[in-house]
Design a protein around this ligand. Structure first.
Ligand code: SF4
Length: 475
């Protein structure tokens, strides 16, 4: 197990950034004397030789898209190297353990996975596999013989190992005006203090989060700045779960690298609760904040247990505008409870608040996913809307009670995809989506004003460019 490449770590997709899901286990395994290989199939091919040489192949599946791609990789590994053990690890592995163990994997790791992965490698080195000893399970490792809940003990942290990963110029960049700057990615915390019902973190972490030691986060930032990063994404599920921790890190980041900017994800509730922090975060280099607005319907928000209301979203916008920090909202545009009027209301809100350039068009096409184990399944009315488990697509099916909404979802998805393929401006895609929603409601669709080329250039020049990452997909 200690020979180079005997352990093969594979990432398939991590939101367009260099995968932390590889860099963290690489560091932990190396520190224990192993020499894992790592491949990120999002930007490089997975060579057959690497698969054939491996005794254990561990595939990182932190999100839905990654899982879809990861299953295909697992099947390829099985075909090429039937003797290798296949492990899936990360948030979506834990949720979909039953399917993965049936179809693609020998073990599934959830929660704080590094100690479990290390224990598995050691077991294999000792010539045994965990299924050999169901009486002596490894915490966090689920196999066909042993079911173990996600490991929620604080993992030993190490500075993520990035030296063998593809360079940052292979990944998403920060677009700021005419510049496209290299971007790095760190996490200052894992898990989440909150338990929003639709969130895949809730069934795995159950309201717990873990702070990554400040020195490790800062060392990781340093190595990425040395590699050319001019911007850092804090990918914590919520950057203000531990505000003191986060503030100390951003202060240290700014003190050492005053020209490096950052972005973070912060929930509406925390924007209101910690409103006094935002002027300082701007001065420390905060380029924008992503926030899971999800919906503007208080009915939907209460189903999701989001902890904010429609009115709070407007307040959060005001707080960030006063601090000169752009908000980039994410949405769950289609849920079983979102009415056509709710959908149109979101579009009107986006236009009225000047957010068209701050909402990635894909957000208008996001449909609620209900993975196995989702807290949404505990809602008393779940039997009324929940369909069968489509385990090969990692979600329960649901149909909207208003068939116009399911039709609209398909039409909007096609329009957003067409806009993406054509490189359309976000306002053009917004207009197309709004037209579709108005048509679905039987309301007149405004015709595009007959503007001249000069008019269009003036309008574009008047719009403020909003910093954003060049990867818009997010789940
Ligand atoms: S605050 Fe965000 S990360 Fe935390 S449970 Fe809610 S949706 Fe998930």
């Amino acid at each position: 197990m200690r020979s180079p490449g005997a352990v093969l770590l594979v990432s398939c997709y991590e939101l367009g950034h260099q995968p932390l899901g590889l860099a963290e286990p690489l560091a932990i395994l190396r520190a224990a004397g192993y020499a894992p290989a790592a491949v990120d199939t999002a930007v490089e091919p997975l060579p057959d030789t690497a698969v054939v040489a491996a005794r254990l192949v561990a595939i990182s599946v932190p999100m839905h898209t990654a899982l879809r791609l990861g299953v295909a990789v697992a099947r390829r590994v099985r075909a090429l190297n039937p003797a290798a053990r296949v492990v899936c690890y990360g948030l979506y592995a834990a949720l979909n353990a039953r399917y993965l163990l049936r179809e693609a994997a020998d073990a599934v790791l959830g929660g704080e996975v590094e100690p479990a992965l290390l224990a598995l490698v050691r077991a294999l080195e000792d010539g045994r596999w965990v299924t050999d000893s169901p009486d002596d399970p490894i915490p966090g490792v689920t196999t066909r013989a042993v079911v173990s809940p996600p490991a929620l003990t604080r993992a030993p942290f190490a500075v993520p190992a990035r030296d063998t990963l593809p360079p940052l110029d292979r990944y998403a960049r920060l677009r700021r005006g005419d510049e496209a700057l290299l971007a790095g990615y760190v996490e200052a915390t894992r898990g989440c203090l909150h338990t929003c019902r639709h969130c895949p973190i809730t069934p795995v972490y159950g309201g717990r989060f873990f702070a990554v030691p400040r020195a490790i986060v800062l060392d990781d930032i340093r190595q990425q700045v040395r590699a050319g990063a001019r911007h850092i994404t804090f990918g914590d599920p919520d950057f203000l779960n531990g505000p003191t921790h986060s503030l100390r890190i951003t202060r240290a980041l700014h003190a050492e690298f005053p020209d490096v900017t950052f972005d973070a994800t912060i929930k509406v509730e925390h924007i209101l609760e910690h409103r006094a922090l935002f002027p300082e975060l701007r001065d420390l280099g905060c380029a924008f904040i992503v926030s899971a607005v999800e919906s503007l319907s208080d009915t939907v928000l209460s189903r999701l247990d989001k902890g904010h209301t429609r009115a709070d979203v407007a307040v959060a916008l005001d707080i960030l505008r006063a601090a000169a920090i752009p908000l980039r909202p994410t949405l769950v545009a289609f849920t079983p409870w979102t009415t056509l009027d709710d959908y149109l209301d979101v579009l009107d809100f986006v236009a009225a608040h000047g957010l068209i350039d701050q909402v990635d068009p894909i957000q208008y096409a996001i449909r609620l996913l209900v993975p196995p184990g989702s807290a949404l399944l505990d809602l008393p009315d779940a039997p009324a809307w929940r369909g069968a488990l489509d385990d090969a697509n990692f979600t329960y099916r649901w149909d909207h009670p208003d068939p116009r909404m399911d039709q609209l979802y398909h039409h909007v998805s096609a329009a957003v995809e067409a806009g993406r393929a054509a490189g359309a401006d976000s306002s053009a895609t917004f207009a197309a989506v709004r037209g579709l929603a108005l048509s679905a409601a039987g309301r007149p669709v405004p015709t595009v004003p007959d503007t001249t080329e000069t008019d269009r250039e003036l309008v574009l020049a008047a719009r403020r460019p909003v910093p954003h990452l060049t990867e818009s997909w997010f789940c």
